[in-house]
Design a protein around this ligand. Structure first.
Ligand code: IPT
Length: 961
């Protein structure tokens, strides 16, 4: 491998040259700063050497012909070239440290003057917070150096070069560099200066690097503060009466910092030349009794993996977007973030300190694509790369070390194993003994303080929880977390409740982090949101980049609503027939004084009375029992239930008073069904069969009800496969969708085997089966009616040895011309499937037809509402029992949904298609992890569905007026 030379700086393993040693990052101080964000001149070249570097000269240049670009930003999102998406694979040959000759290179140029009041004394540094993937920098014609490490800060001393006016800052950015080999994270490849560029004045006697050590002794209730600093100064925290020298330790009574109670104390670090604000949070992180503890108490992570993403600006995020993420997390009961897979913009960590989130800060490091060649040449196991790895570790730790929210350092993601990782771990431990160390990719756990895994299935997690796992002794002693689980791609993830139950049962299991926070769908004029392949990439991983709990525009997906419910920090349970409710406080630190509890009593889905429920300020881990009031009077035969809610008692920084944190429904009595229709006799008339309000054709197909047309009512077993149904090639099991398509469940044929006109029923029999198979389903549709209502009793009986689960089983039909809002009594308001239904509540709901559809970036099965009691769709009324079917209504067919690749492929038709399903196959997490749990597999077996249909009066014919 070559030694560095200026010509090939982007292709050598060196982390770079010329930049200052890393130091603690802070947003502001009393020293002046000049943002260099804004419009820059820009020129894109196809190779690293297409243009010489004379553009960087201090004097006049011809950039007048260049384009303009916004910094921070990615040039591929501003009309120059295109983004590319790969998950694990490098989009270039594995030829480290060399990169392709075709190497898009962006020359960036900006001239600036200094503000009039810029001090004449002192010096200045130029700070780049993030440039992908490699930059070379000149100021006023002088080369400052070069750097790699895209999501890390780099500073250059520029004091001697600055002029009052006409400074020329030139930055040459290569998309590909040796650094790209260390940045194989599962995301879009997005080159550019994507974080802030700032000129910071450095006064004489300014603050240098400093390290705030603020621990908490939970026994004594005291905090100990010591600020180590390169430059001597004083540390004051007025609220605590602290005024000490740097390096001096002081212990005082404090309120601790936790993610639930993010108590920060404002302080100041003052040296001769500068005052830097400090936000001090006292907390102690420890590995104790085999558990991750903060302030003496074990944590349960209700976490998410967060990539930085915005659908228009990629990884260039403004502060509002970062704050939106934090607020959404807090409002959805999330208490932890893994910054997958690189340190985020540092302002995000300020927000985590302020609002309260536990953070695993992960280094900008992933070499996953070497797995494709058996990890041959893996940089983390090649000493020549170790300086680059250590540089990354140091830049992360030094930049972020003063955040109380950061409680663990992570070496990176998916790098296999190697000496370089060990070197990083040793360096980090020596520098910061106050935090734990995470890395998932080394099953020996030699370098880590915890046993971390991704996508382990429930059974294995349970074994680990019980301590029945095998493996190195060291690992068996360690606490466990799932750094990734619940793959939130498309519809899902399923099975979260079962994971949560395990986490709450076994103390060794300290929770997990959903993969991942947000879909990385890029706004696209033709597709709505684009994913891999939409920019013509020759190698890509499709919509695997859209696997978040938020849609790209940050609208919560049903997965986030589900997760919020599953991880609610208060459990409310009905307990006994005497109206006692058990309230369990699942917080790690906070008592329940910040919550107010309410009850409502619902009769047939409608609240008839409500009130408050006094709950004592139950401590963390404790439970209280409280009594509901006597049930209000109501009519006989109604379905009744209590809904108990825990809401914020007062406004907080992240949500207003009344914001719902937790809830439960406690069913009381099951409703009594009105008598079913019957009595009418089927008659033949012409080429039709008539039964009560219904007209059938001679083959027994329902044509109309009460004069309203009904289209193609029949058994349906197909659903547009979800991403989780489609599975992933690396999973050992054949994914359900592949089994379904092989068997032909998407092309079932319906053979009529009988039409029987009985005394009070019309019975139609069919055999439903795919070509080329002898498996089938025997179906009997038994129709009964009175004057106005039509009852269907559907019986399904499998024939043959069905080993493949069914996608769904039920009926579907079309309602031509139906419109208006849909009302229903059943589960809602959002969608639910057998293993994603925790957040579904029983009630009477109303929604526009279009709102019943969940707009997954890649269209797929969605929108089912469970436990339908009744529904009104257009003029049709559907009545079912209390244990009613899954209900879906949409303006396109399942076949159209299945064929769609993007949101924009779906155009609503005139007919509303309704599915009423006896069963749905579970969702699982098979798009990366385990599929649906066995109990959620939909086995073919005898099933029955009973539905009563009726209609509003048909529109009056025109001549009757
Ligand atoms: C795992 C990765 O760590 C993560 O970055 C992401 O790619 C996720 O999968 C899937 O979306 S690695 C996988 C091979 C288990």
């Amino acid at each position: 491998m070559d030694l560095r030379s200026p010509e090939d700086h982007h292709e050598n393993v060196s982390p770079g040259t010329g930049s200052l040693p890393p130091r603690a990052w802070y947003a502001t101080s009393d020293a002046p700063a000049l943002s260099l964000n804004g419009t820059w001149r820009f020129r894109l070249s196809p190779t690293a050497d297409a243009e010489d570097d004379t553009f960087a000269a201090a004097g006049p240049h011809d950039s007048g012909t260049w384009d303009e670009i916004t910094v921070p930003g990615h040039w591929v999102l501003q009309g120059h070239g295109a983004p590319q998406y790969t998950n694990q694979l490098y989009p270039f040959p594995l030829d480290p440290p060399r990169v392709p000759t075709e190497n898009p290179t962006g020359d960036h140029l900006r001239t600036f003057g200094l503000p009039a009041d810029w001090p004449a004394t002192g010096t200045a540094v130029l700070r780049f917070d993030g440039v992908e993937s490699c930059a070379r920098v000149w100021l006023n014609g002088t080369a400052l150096g070069d750097f790699k490490g895209s999501r890390l800060a780099h500073e250059f001393d520029v004091g001697a070069l600055l002029r009052p006016e006409g400074n020329v800052l030139a930055v040459r950015v290569h998309q590909w560099s040796a650094g790209s080999y260390l940045e194989d994270q599962d995301q879009w490849w997005l080159p550019g200066i994507f974080r802030d560029v700032t000129l910071l004045h450095r006064p004489e006697g300014c603050v240098g690097d400093h390290f705030v050590h603020a621990s908490y002794d939970h026994r004594a209730g005291t905090g100990t503060l010591r600020v180590d600093a390169d430059v001597q100064g004083r540390v004051t925290v007025a609220e605590l009466g602290i005024d000490v020298a740097t390096g001096e330790e002081v212990t005082v009574p404090v309120e601790p910092w936790t993610a639930e109670t993010p108590r920060l104390y404002d302080g100041v670090l003052a040296t001769a030349g500068e005052r830097v604000p400090l936000r001090v949070g006292f907390r102690t992180v420890a590995l104790e009794d085999g558990l991750i503890k903060v302030n003496g108490r074990p944590l349960l992570f209700r976490g998410v993996n967060r990539h930085e993403f915005h659908p228009e600006t990629g990884r260039a995020l403004d502060l509002d977007t970062m704050r939106a993420d934090v607020l959404l997390m807090k409002r959805h009961n999330i208490n932890a973030v893994r910054t997958s897979h690189y340190p985020p913009h540092p302002a995000f960590l300020d927000l985590c300190d302020e609002y309260g989130l536990w953070v695993i800060d992960e280094c900008d490091l992933e070499t996953h694509g070497f797995q494709a060649v058996g990890w041959r040449g893996n940089p983390v196991d090649d000493d020549r790369w170790t300086p680059a790895l250590l540089d990354r570790a140091a830049r992360m730790v030094e930049r972020d070390k003063n955040h109380p929210s950061v409680i663990m350092w992570s070496l990176g993601n998916e790098c296999g194993t190697g000496r370089g990782l060990t070197a990083m771990a040793e360096w980090i431990r020596a520098r910061d003994g106050g935090r734990l160390l995470h890395y998932e990719g080394d099953s020996s756990c030699a370098d880590t303080d915890l046993y971390s895994r991704m996508y382990a299935d429930h059974a294995e997690v349970e074994r680990i929880g019980r301590g029945e796992d095998e493996g190195p002794d060291r690992r068996r002693e360690l606490p466990f977390l799932l750094c990734e689980y619940g793959h939130a791609m498309g519809n899902g993830p399923g099975g979260l409740s079962e994971y949560q139950r395990l986490f709450e049962t076994y103390e060794r299991l300290q929770g997990g982090f959903i993969w991942e926070w947000i879909d990385h769908g890029l706004a696209h004029p033709a597709y709505g949101y684009a994913y891999g392949g939409d920019f013509g990439e020759e190698l890509h991983d499709g919509n695997f980049v859209c696997d978040g709990l938020l849609f790209p525009d940050r609208t919560p997906s049903p997965g986030l609503v589900e997760y919020k419910k599953v991880i609610e920090p208060v459990r409310i349970e009905g307990h006994g027939r005497d109206g006692t409710v058990r309230v369990t406080n699942l917080h790690d630190f906070a008592d329940l004084a910040h919550l107010a509890f309410t009850w409502s009593y619902e009769v047939d889905g409608v609240s008839v009375a409500d009130g408050t429920l006094p709950v004592p300020a139950t401590g963390p881990g404790e439970r209280s029992e409280v009594r509901l009031p006597p049930a209000p009077e109501h009519g006989r035969g109604a379905e009744t239930r209590w809904t108990v809610r825990a809401v914020l008692a007062d406004d907080t920084a992240w949500a207003g008073r009344g914001h719902e944190v937790a809830w439960a429904q406690l069913p009381e009595s099951v409703g009594v069904l009105p008598p079913l229709p019957g009595g009418a006799a089927p008659v033949r008339a012409d080429r039709h069969l008539l039964l009560g309000p219904a007209v059938f054709d001679a083959r027994g197909t329902l044509l109309s009800l009460g004069g309203r047309e009904i289209e193609d009512l029949r058994l349906d077993v197909w659903r547009a496969p979800t991403d989780n149904d489609n599975g992933m090639p690396w999973r050992p099991e054949t994914p359900p969708a592949a089994q379904w398509r092989t068997l032909g469940l998407h092309r079932m044929r319906h053979r009529l085997t009988g039409v029987e006109l009985g005394e009070d029923a019309l019975t139609v029999r069919t055999r439903v089966a795919p070509a080329a198979s002898d498996l089938g389903l025997r179906v009997a549709y038994r129709w009964q009616a009175d004057d106005s209502r039509l009852l269907l009793t559907l019986d399904v009986e499998p024939e043959g040895e069905w080993t493949v689960p069914l996608p769904r089983v039920g009926i579907r039909f079309g309602l031509p011309g139906a419109s208006g809002p849909v009302r229903w009594f059943g589960g809602g308001p959002g969608e639910a499937y057998p293993d994603t239904g925790a957040a579904s509540r029983v009630g009477v709901w109303e929604a526009d037809l279009d709102a019943l559809h969940t707009p997954y970036v890649r269209p797929q099965e969605n929108g089912a509402r469970p436990g339908l009691r009744w529904a009104e769709v257009g003029a049709l009324r559907i009545d079912c029992g209390a244990d009613g079917p899954w209900f879906t209504a949409r303006r396109w067919t399942t076949e159209q949904l299945d064929a769609a690749r993007h949101r924009t492929d779906l155009t609503p038709g005139d007919t509303v298609w309704v599915n009423l399903d006896i069963g749905q196959h579970g969702i699982g997490s098979g798009s990366c992890g385990p599929g649906a749990l066995p109990k959620y597999r939909l086995r073919a077996r005898r099933e029955q569905l009973r539905v009563t249909f009726s209609t509003a009066a048909p529109p009056a014919p025109a001549d009757a007026r």
